[in-house]
Design a binder for this molecule. Structure first.
Ligand code: UDP
Length: 238
């Protein structure tokens, strides 16, 4: 799979469908796969910390979650022309898991958030096999790994925020041999539970979801300053 690189960070050019097709093959070959969302904030973090960079680059799929990567592709003449968001990727994976009857495990977020998210997910994916769930404040990692193994889960969503969730996956995937697909999904359980609203379609279509999130939560300004910083760096890296 040809990756594109922005400031040393790989991005996969596959669409949602492309990733699902590729996953289908990897699952039948018995390979484990990891999906990580890439945005300007993570690229900046990767520039500062080579461990973060290795963590991203060693994932199977780095999805272009956010307008920043698309703008960088435009500046650099890359081929990434549409976003693959973490939350929509999760929705596609849930559909896929339901079709294939792969049991799904949910780890992360507050207890009432993850349970509400599962209720909603069951409603929109009738027949989905729920292997189990654990809230994101579980302290006993060994017990959790054992529980996930015993659940028969094949797909695991980890929602602890970044880079915590990615580090958790990296640390534990070796001993979660039955799990074949891992996705770090950040705040996605909050979205599926209805606790956090996504931006209206118009904002998403115009690529200004960040503006909506900024208006609804002005304290994000610090995190969002990574976008112009990232773009300046990409421009200068020409
Ligand atoms: N969270 C968790 N355990 C922790 C810290 C955070 O389960 O120790 C959850 C938190 O409840 C929220 C998610 O992780 O559901 C973090 O979402 P955020 O929007 O910060 O992640 P991002 O998508 O920005 O990486």
């Amino acid at each position: 799979m040809m990756k594109e690189t922005y400031l040393g960070v790989n991005v996969s050019p596959l669409s949602y469908e492309g990733i699902i097709e590729d996953l289908r093959k990897r699952i039948s070959d018995g390979e484990q796969s990891t999906i990580i969302a890439v945005n300007p904030e993570k690229v900046i973090a990767a520039e500062r910390d080579s461990k973060v960079k290795d963590l991203i680059n060693s994932s199977t799929y780095q999805i272009a979650d956010g307008i920043g990567i698309l703008l960088a592709a435009k500046i650099k003449g890359g081929n990434i022309t549409s976003r693959v968001t973490g939350v929509d990727m999760m929705a596609k994976l849930l559909e896929f898991a339901t079709q294939e009857q792969h049991p799904v495990y949910f780890y992360g977020a507050q207890d009432e958030v993850v349970t509400k998210a599962i209720t909603n997910i069951q409603q929109s994916n009738p027949g989905i096999r729920i292997a189990g769930y654990t809230n994101g404040f579980e302290k006993d990692e060994d017990a959790l790994v054992e529980r996930i193994n015993a659940s028969g889960a094949k797909v695991l969503f980890v929602a602890l925020g970044s880079p915590k969730q990615e580090l958790w996956i990296q640390r534990n995937m070796g001993r979660l041999q039955n799990v074949q697909v891992f996705q770090g999904v950040g705040g996605s359980f909050d979205v599926f539970s209805g606790t956090v609203k996504r931006a209206p379609m118009l904002f998403r279509k115009l690529g200004i979801e960040w503006l909506y999130r900024l208006i609804s939560n002005p304290s994000r300004i610090k995190r969002q300053m990574n976008l112009p910083v990232f773009l300046m760096k990409v421009l200068r890296s020409r």
